[in-house]
Design a protein around this ligand. Sequence first.
Ligand SMILES: [Zn+2]
Length: 256
Amino acid sequence: MNVSESDPTKLPGEDAKPLPADDRIRWDTFKSAFGEFVAATRDTDGLEGATRALEQIMGGLDTEQFADALHIPEDAGEFADGLRAMLIRIPDGWGRWISCERGWYPLLTELDRGLSALLPSYRILQVKEKFAGLRFYWRDVERIVDPSDPEPAAAGETTSPAEKARLLADHEAWERRRAAYLETPEGQARQQDLDRRHELADRLVKRAVEIAAETCELCGAPGVCCQRRNGAWYQTLCGTCADAAGYEPVPDDEDD
Ligand SMILES: [Zn+2]
C-alpha cells in the first residue's frame, strides 16, 4: 500500500522537487532528437544517424523520475504557488504536470482552492485540455473511520508471510468494526457530511469546466470554441488569439 494513501494528511507529491536542470536538458534534447527522428523516417541515411542519436539519449532518461518531478510551467508567473499546490496532489506515476495553457491557470487554481477546502485529502489524477474543453480527473481518499479505533498498520515489504496473514485478519476485523460504526448516528452523520462535500466538489468541477468552455485558453479573456483553419484541432480562444494562431470560431449550428 502506498504510504500517502494510508495517511490522508500527507499529500503524495509533498517531497517532490522540480526536475534537476541536467535532466531537463536531457529531456529537451530527447524531444528535439525525436522530432528529427520522425522527420528522418523518409530519408534512409538520415534515419540511421537519428536512431543512434536517439538511443544514446534514451539510455540516460529516467521516465519515473520525470513523471514524479514537479513540472511547474515556465509561464506560471503569479500562479506558480497555486499550481504547485495542485501538482503535489498528483500521485506517483501519473505525471506531475498540467496539460493546458496559461489562460486557464486562474480558474484551475481557484477550483483547487475550493476543492481543498472541502476535501483536504483529495487527489488530482490529470488536468488537461481535450477537444477545446477542460478535463479534470480527481478522486478523494478520505474515509470515515471511528476516531477511537484507527486503521491498523498495513504489511510492509519486509513483513513475513505469517505476520502478513495476521495483519490481514486484523484489518478484516477492523473493516467489520468500521462498518458497524458507520451504522451509528455519529457514523451516519459524518458519512452524510462527506457525501455532501463530494457532491459540492462535483459541482465545483462541473462549474470550472463550464467556465473553461468560455475562457480563452491562451490569455484568459472570454472565448469560444475555435477550430484551426484546414485542421481538426480545437481550442477555446478569444478573437485576438484565434486570429494569431490561425483558428476561427466553430459555427454554432444550434438554433438558440
Ligand atoms: Zn485570448
